[in-house]
Design a binder for this molecule. Sequence first.
Ligand code: VG1
Ligand code: CO
Length: 542
Amino acid sequence: MIKTIATKPFDGQKPGTSGLRKKVTVFQEPHYLENFVQSLFDSLEIPAGAMLVVGGDGRFHNRAAIQIVLKMAAANGFARIVVGRGGILSTPAVSNLIRSRKAFGGIVLSASHNPGGPDGDFGIKYNVSNGGPAPEKVTDAAFARTRAITAYKISDAEDVDLDKPGESRIEGAGIEIVDPVDDYAALMTRLFDFDRIKKLFASGFTMRFDAMHAVTGPYAIRVLEGMLGARMGTVMNAQPLEDFGGEHPDPNLVHAKHLYDLAMSASGPDLCAASDGDGDRNLIIGKGQFVTPSDSLAILAANAHLAPGYKGGIAGVARSMPTSRAADRVAKALGVKAYEVPTGWKFFGNLLDAGMITLCGEESAGTGSNHVREKDGLWAVLLWLDILAARKQSVRDIVRDHWKTYGRDFYTRHDYEEVDAAAADQLMKDLRGRLSSLPGQRLGPFEVAAADDFAYHDPVDGSDSRNQGIRILLKDGSRIVYRLSGTGTAGATLRIYLERFEPRAERHGDETQAALADLIALASSLPDIPGRLRRDAPTVIT
Ligand code: VG1
Ligand code: CO
């Protein structure tokens, strides 16, 4: 029976950069998840016969949340719901299923790279029928509903057995439990030369892939060890765990430091890689060579034509604004267009749908292509593998070659996590207030060329997004960007993105923090970080 349950609005159900993220304890409050899901459904026009794809990254509360979503989707008119077995689906796998099954949309239960467990974070995000994250007009409409909601609809059916493949029903809806990996793995075989990569592994190429006890484990085991013949044990931490083994499933130089150390050691494998909670991010470290995500996007753009899925070349490339401009240099050399969008994957969807770009990426370890409408961690690793197999060179040689050809963009991000939210807001406000007076000013060894608050005009649908990050462009071509995170669940996180272009080959071997030291000092002193945030050092440096 479909029940109508009375409820009252909760404050703060506004989706951020990627869905609604809160502490698990908040999502466990009675009606909290239900309110958001009903508001979302109310704001959509769900057509007759609509299909919904549902899955999550396996974190604590995933199974309970999925049962609620299933019962509400059935009560709200979805005719068919496709769910990953065990409640597991990576973000790119959801995107792929939405596209291949021509579903109306999809729901991913994940807080991505945020920690999990009973005291950790939980999240929910909605993807539209192109397979991509809901654009702002959809999330804004859902948020507006959350403020006025009075009731939600839910079936009182028994829980669905998420571990049993096959069909069942809730009310009028058919529920199909699918293997989380099958369709995704099949898609990968159409993009990459699996025989060539197999030969690479057979020739003794070694790799370590850290699934960080998150969703990518089953995908990486099947594809890398199963289909491509990588040695058993190549994939570590492959079992998705509700608390990610107590770790933070963020594949960066802090939370995957062990991989960095391994890659830099004499006995390290040829390639180290990792993915995040929901499988959409990637970390790439070759033997003796860390690859910044910004460089990775540029190198993949320059070499994508070597993989069968991209053999016709790329139509264009896009990056989020704070991502380094390395990819722009490649686009220029290829004679294709480069686009700059705000942070968050939802801004790439229109460009991909319109065929204006083939590849896109973010400095936060996200890379993707037109094969789905999400960033895709394992896909990026496979593209790297295919390029390594085609070029028969090491990661290090490919990166050094790239810098020689295009120059090097020294790049780092400094995060100040969980700082006082009011102080962080004030800091941004004050910086904004100084934007018009900064150009022309001398700041230490630098002179300001331009300063603005990034605004994006979508060339496809004409929508405008403002206040997307403060950019300080310096005369020597260096850049500082300040942005507040939209994925945290406690206080505020200030991100400072720093980069400097270095054309001189003899300086390409310099250490990044040293190469950017002057810029780092300026970025901290300009808004008085120590005084205002009461921190003398960033929490995370990537
Ligand atoms: C961060 C990253 C952004 C990414 C977003 C979602 O957002 O900076 O590039 O798209 O996370 O990624 P923010 O607002 O905290 O800077 V994921 O893998 O957490 O879904
Ligand atoms: Co993610």
